[in-house]
Design a binder for this molecule. Structure first.
Ligand SMILES: Nc1ncnc2c1ncn2[C@@H]1O[C@H](COP(=O)(O)OP(=O)(O)OP(=O)(O)O)[C@@H](O)[C@H]1O
Ligand SMILES: N[C@@H](CCO)C(=O)O
Length: 287
């Protein structure tokens, strides 16, 4: 049995802790034979546990503590701590692992509830489970999610060669927002989502770049951000935003300007890589 989970790009500007889209980079786990202990074969580095302490197994055991141990092979194209939902991909894979091995027949709503409880917010786990664009709200432990189709566009990611842990990136956010600013921030988010639903990427892009919830506090943590956003403005992208908690800088652009934008970002000679990505429509899959 194999389980595949897509990467995700959360926030998309003003959709902080609420909006995310699934993209075509993947975590894949292959479940092999039963074993006396959990053992994960992976090439993700020494800091990632290979036993029951790995987030995959700790998540699966939270869902079903009596799960029988197996040998597992884990591969991932999703870079760790870069704002592309690596932790959510593992959590969603862990829930699916318990679901399939213990034949729990979990619904998507149940998977989303467990995943949000573990991750703390729904914006990465929801599209990792459902695919495509998801708008979700978790308040007082209750999660409500709406799936939608992301309008036709390409995603261009600049992935820096350094990590930024979500916990560190959340540490620079204010604990409170003045009422007037919160109302303005919420109106920007409302129009961004309405424009995405209408397929109006010009208006959506303008609102995505007007976020007041998180980017202005975090931008200084990602020194490449302004130069890449400028390329987006010069070359006709719809929007450039900080993916998840960063440091990946994500651009939404028409496919017609994709190659030109990729070359322009590469010509900045920054320390990192540039990837063109597409929306994943499926979410978690088990084969
Ligand atoms: N394949 C994996 N196996 C086990 N743990 C993992 C794996 N991938 C990620 N993690 C854990 O998740 C941590 C990264 O999570 P973090 O929330 O900081 O970043 P992210 O999920 O990549 O980005 P973001 O949430 O901003 O999209 C890693 O440091 C590691 O502890
Ligand atoms: N909404 C989250 C996504 C990363 O986990 C944040 O921006 O901190």
């Amino acid at each position: 049995m194999k389980i595949q989970v897509p990467a995700t790009s959360a926030n998309i500007g003003p959709g902080f802790d609420s909006v995310g889209v699934a993209l075509n980079l993947y975590l894949e786990i292959e479940v092999l034979e039963e074993s006396d202990n959990w053992h994960i074969v992976h090439y993700l580095g020494d800091e990632i546990a290979s036993d029951e302490n790995n987030l995959l197994i700790s998540t699966a055991l939270k869902i079903f503590p009596e799960l029988k141990a197996h040998k597992i092979v884990m591969k991932s194209d999703i870079p760790l701590a870069r704002g592309l939902g690596s932790s959510s991909s593992v959590i969603v894979a862990g829930i699916e692992l318990a679901n399939k091995l213990a034949n729990l027949k979990l619904t998507n709503e149940e998977k989303l509830k467990f995943a949000t409880e573990i991750e703390g917010h729904p914006d990465n786990v929801a599209p990792a489970i459902l695919g495509d664009l998801v708008i979700a709200s978790t308040v007082a432990d209750e999660t409500t999610a709406i799936e939608a189709e992301f309008p036709n566009a390409t995603f261009i990611a600049f992935i820096p060669n350094y990590e930024l842990l979500t916990s560190d990136s959340r540490g620079v956010l204010p604990t409170e927002l003045p009422y007037k600013e919160a109302v303005a921030a919420s109106s920007i988010a409302n129009v961004a989502i309405a424009a995405l639903m209408e397929g109006d990427l010009d208006k959506a892009g303008k609102m995505i770049e007007s976020d007041l919830f998180h980017e202005k506090y975090r931008r200084s943590l990602v020194k490449e951000f302004e130069a890449i956003r400028q390329i987006g403005h010069d070359k006709g992208a719809y929007a450039t935003y900080l993916s998840g908690a960063g440091p990946t800088v994500m651009m939404i652009a028409p496919e017609t300007v994709e190659n030109e934008i990729v070359s322009s970002i590469e010509s900045l000679d920054l320390d990192g890589k540039v990837l063109s990505l597409k929306v994943d429509k499926e979410g978690v899959l088990c084969v």
